[in-house]
Design a binder for this molecule. Structure first.
Ligand code: ADP
Ligand code: MN
Ligand code: MN
Ligand code: MN
Length: 339
């Protein structure tokens, strides 16, 4: 038997990194059962904005692996970190290493995350299903809608959901979004950096599955200008103390801390965030900070159930769909647990 291992990494594209992958055929293997069986590998960093041509090698270090739902068992998807070849240090584009370090430092607080990844299907230059000239009916019936006049791309969305489940990801749901052709999946609750590993793998699966339909899934923060919702990656967060009786006090304290470093967060939450966080379309303005119960116009929302229970979690509504979840998780732990 052979195992086909798809090594996946995050490139150096500016201002938003993209995913890359290539296949390693591992002969004489029946199955991979431990990460230590997966060797380091290399790639041409001069083609990914991660190295100069005359010194082009970068290293791929496996950090997690999943069932490959496309090729099937025993094939696998391998999440990797990019390292420098000479000293085996995290490459400047590698945000995972710092995220893992911050998470390890605060392991005792038992931080967990649920990330809501929104995305938009495109057919060429227009959102999938949109008319060639003009616009669909104004936003209203699309969110969690049903029917050929309300939703576009469900076949891909269903295949993606099954693929995430088969891969072993902690996918917790999907829904059609407010703008037609826009959708969401949620991963979590899971600790960092694993939650971010899984978001990147789920993104890869989405692109890969949509590829077979000639459709591109995009994470642009404001894919259509005007009176159309942007795409975010709401990041739900809790510590053990927030989840236990008396947790509300810890949730409020966390919101106050997040308010002291609002700009630091916003500038690391994805490209074009000013276009999305306008204060309209269920957002707070990027240069304002607020938190509140059930408030979809706040930077941080405390869900109503949480306020009734007096414990639970908070939702940071600011991260863009195109954020690097490693950066978002690292910053949230740093601000809430490290300050
Ligand atoms: P919304 O109402 O904002 O659309 P969703 O249902 O889409 O919320 O997403 C909520 C996310 O929060 C899910 O991924 C869920 O797993 C996660 N979540 C639930 N409880 C917690 C918790 N205690 N800590 C962190 N994340 C949580
Ligand atoms: Mn949601
Ligand atoms: Mn949403
Ligand atoms: Mn949300």
């Amino acid at each position: 038997m052979v195992v086909k291992a798809e090594y996946i990494w995050i490139d150096g594209a500016e201002p938003t990194s993209k995913l890359r992958s290539k296949t390693k055929v591992m002969p004489d293997k029946d199955e991979i059962s431990d990460i230590s069986e997966l060797p380091l590998w290399g790639f041409d960093g001069s083609s990914t904005n991660q190295a100069a041509g005359e010194d082009s090698d970068c290293v791929l270090k496996p950090v997690a692996f999943y069932n490959d739902p496309i090729r099937g068992w025993p094939h696998i998807l391998v999440m990797t970190e990019v390292m420098t070849p000479r000293d085996m240090q995290p490459h400047s584009t590698n945000n995972r290493a710092a995220c893992a370090e911050m998470a390890a430092k605060h392991k005792i607080e038992e931080c967990i995350f649920g990330i809501e990844q929104e995305y938009t299907f495109f057919d060429g230059i227009k959102p999938l299903g949109w008319p060639d000239n003009g616009f669909p009916a104004p936003q209203f019936g699309y969110y969690c809608g049903v029917g050929a006049d309300e939703v576009y791309g469900r076949e891909i969305v269903e295949l993606h959901l099954d693929a995430c489940i088969d891969a072993g990801l902690a996918i917790s749901g999907i829904n059609a979004e407010v703008m037609p052709a826009q959708w969401e999946f949620q991963i979590g609750p899971v600790a960092a950096p694993e939650v971010a590993d899984q978001i990147w793998i789920a993104r890869w699966l989405l692109y890969r599955i949509a590829e077979d339909y000639g459709v591109s899934a995009t994470l642009a923060a404001k894919p259509v200008k005007g009176d159309w919702n942007g795409a975010g990656a709401h990041t739900n967060f809790s510590t053990k103390a927030m989840r236990e009786d008396g947790g509300m006090e810890h949730i409020t304290a966390a919101c106050e801390k997040l308010g002291t470093r609002a700009m630091e967060h916003v500038k690391n939450y994805g490209a074009d965030i000013e276009d999305r966080l306008t204060g309209a379309h269920e957002t707070q303005s990027w240069d304002q900070f607020s938190y509140g119960v059930s408030d979809r116009g706040a930077s941080i929302r405390i869900p109503w159930q949480v306020s009734i229970d007096g414990k639970g979690y908070l939702e940071d509504r600011r991260p863009n769909a195109n954020c690097d979840p490693y950066l978002v998780c690292k910053l949230m732990i740093e601000t809430i647990c490290d300050l």
